[in-house]
Design a protein around this ligand. Structure first.
Ligand code: UDP
Length: 330
């Protein structure tokens, strides 16, 4: 019999790529998604696949979640509020999804003692100025009036919950901290910089650089993210541990804007937008540099990012270009 993998948030950007990988590896995949930020279109190529099923439901509703956890051999918990824009605009709902949802998933996983992977984020490091980040570094946050930190805190609570389930109940759970993952199917609706800039460039609109554009990020190709997640999940020795999953290419946001204009051959100009304007009155603080140290991951599963930044930008251009062309012709 085929093994069954449950992906919460399976209609999301990362979830849909992970579903493909698991099917390729011979798993039957059930994607549970409430389609709040996930999108059925992300799975359109899998909907009729004999090894795939999409269940529309909510991780916070026991009747939706419990039967799927009971059947699953392994759980990938990816359902979460994502994107700085979404979190800053809807902090309450975001915190509820992240904290209550994860509590429910872990509680059910514990009931049946199921191997679980919990998706976390590089946001948990907050504004710690020490880079690169290693997994046991301090998490440094700003004041509670700055909404952004509610996201970091809610994901840190998810991690605390997961580690407590491992230590107190023996749940075989592993935490992955994703760093700025990009690729096809990532929506530009929730403020992520790379799909936003690519769409702006393809439409010939100004590229909206927040602040001075000196803030720096490293980007990870979704194929590397899905590969690392799958291989860590298969490695039972990773239970109870936290792993950074990220890239090695660091670039300033201003240079990213320039690079995207060049690769799309766009007539777009660069427009600097003060943070106060970009994030209205919701209280915002950005981090200047975010770079992962992935040596722990490398040691565990032999991880080396395989894609260049140009590859990543091109795969997003390829994904959005036909849509933009159709819109322009309409
Ligand atoms: N950013 C930007 N213009 C945009 C969207 C984002 O300059 O239209 C900046 C954002 O302020 C941050 C960086 O790009 O400094 C990365 O933003 P993203 O939301 O993609 O991820 P983050 O690293 O902040 O979680």
């Amino acid at each position: 019999m085929k093994k069954l993998a449950l992906i919460t948030g399976g209609a999301g950007f990362i979830g849909s790529h992970l579903a493909e990988r698991l099917i390729y590896e011979g798993y039957h995949v059930v994607a549970l998604d409430n389609l709040s930020t996930g999108n059925r279109d992300n799975l359109i190529h899998l909907l009729n696949h004999p090894q795939f099923e999409l269940v529309i439901g909510d991780i916070s509703v026991e009747a939706d979640l419990a039967p799927l956890v009971e059947q699953a051999d392994i759980i990938f918990h990816l359902a979460a509020a994502v994107g700085v824009r979404l979190i800053v605009d809807n902090p309450l709902e975001s915190m509820m999804t992240n904290i209550r949802g994860t509590e429910m998933v872990l509680e059910q996983a514990r009931k049946w003692n199921k191997r679980t992977i919990v998706a976390s984020t590089s946001e948990v490091y907050g504004k710690n100025a020490k880079v690169p980040y290693t997994e046991d570094d301090d998490l440094v946050y700003g004041n509670t009036t700055k909404t952004r930190w509610s996201y970091a805190c809610s994901k840190a609570i998810d991690e605390f919950l997961a580690i407590a389930h491992y230590r107190e109940c023996g749940l075989p759970v592993t935490i992955v901290r994703y760093f700025n993952t990009v690729g096809a199917r990532q929506s530009d609706q929730y403020g992520m910089v790379l799909p936003t800039f690519v769409n702006q460039a393809l439409c010939g609109e100004p590229i909206t650089v927040h602040g001075e554009g000196t803030q720096r990020r490293t980007f990870t190709h979704i194929a590397d993210t899905a590969d690392a997640t799958y291989r860590l999940a298969m490695n039972e020795n990773s239970a109870g541990e936290v792993f950074n999953v990220g890239g090695s290419i660091e670039i300033s946001i201003m240079d990213l804007a320039r690079k995207i204009i060049e690769r799309t051959n766009s007539s777009s100009t660069i427009q600097r937008i003060p943070y106060e304007e970009a994030f209205k009155n919701n209280g915002f603080e950005d981090m200047q540099r975010r770079v992962p140290d992935c040596s722990k991951l490398d040691k565990k599963i032999g991880y080396k990012p395989r894609y260049s930044l140009d590859n990543m930008i091109d795969s997003v251009i390829e994904y959005y270009q036909p849509v933009e062309r159709r819109a322009a012709l309409a």
